[in-house]
Design a binder for this molecule. Sequence first.
Ligand code: UT7
Length: 319
Amino acid sequence: MFARITGTGGYLPGSPVSNDELAARGIDTSDAWIVERTGIRFRHLAGEGETASRMAEIASRAALEMAGMTADEPDLIIVATSTPDYIFPSTACMLQGALGNKGATAFDVQAVCSGFVHALAIADKFICSGSHKKALIVGAEVFSRILDWRERGTCVLFGDGAGAVVLEAADTPGILSSALHADGSQVGILSVPGQIHGGKVWGDPFLRMEGQAVFKNAVRVLASVAEECCQAAGMRSGDVDWLVPHQANIRIIESTRKKMNLAPGKVVITVDRHGNTSAASVPLALNEAVRDGRIRRGQRVLLEGVGGGFTWGAVLFAF
Ligand code: UT7
């Protein structure tokens, strides 16, 4: 039993917001600094009332349509998010309700920016076990709501959006391999170290990051997990047709690409136009490259995520 991706979808809220617009809003930054240090030129920011589940629904409907599937067909719904609508119930249940789907298994996955690759690897295992046949897997984030807009070192980096895929049981692969990892000794380098307690926020409700520590860890783990995932499928990482990495920083992506011995034209890049949309970044980039015809049927695609936890992982599949 194998699992194949049969549909992709994406949603970005509102119009692109440029670096100059952020500077004009009073953030002590410049287009030159942001582009040089990160490659980011634009990001999208959710409007009032625009939630993770709402964006997930739009991305999901597009993915279902591509797969030729109605909303009541998925028997598994997984949403990767660190910015859920509520503490509970899960965003996956809210998405399920919005789609009018009844009875599917539905839950959220929390692995921050590597959440989508975690969710996809989990769905693959559900399908390959024979317990489920049609999965909807979504990354949806409104990081703009957990940013400290007074902290220029983080607020310029992130954006909002949602991406989705439909994964179905198939006789041929499909997903070829996956690898997921975490290092809980590193929780402090990227976190939102707060909680709701007795009706009040305890701790700090904003994203805090030791940028250089995250950068170094990301560069170290992304090339090694790419090799691990490819070796498990009997390939070298330099043999993949496409790398769709987490979109946090163009310098991290470039470093990974070079370590993998991949040509520049084999990497899907959206960080310049989306910023870092955390768990949504990989499915948004995948959807873009599928819809514009770059990623074609039969090609081998490596998805990679890295983020808070510290967590990281990769999924290799034949499209
Ligand atoms: O999705 C999870 C994964 N997240 C990531 O992968 C992020 C990883 N980290 C990074 O991408 C980089 O570390 C950053 C882009 C966050 C920062 O780049 P950096 O080259 O590590 O810069 P820095 O933090 O060392 O700051 C260098 C200088 C500082 O000024 P001084 O102290 O040298 O005078 C900062 O105050 O740049 C200053 N700076 C800014 N200047 C203009 C920091 N943020 C800004 C800003 N605009 N937005």
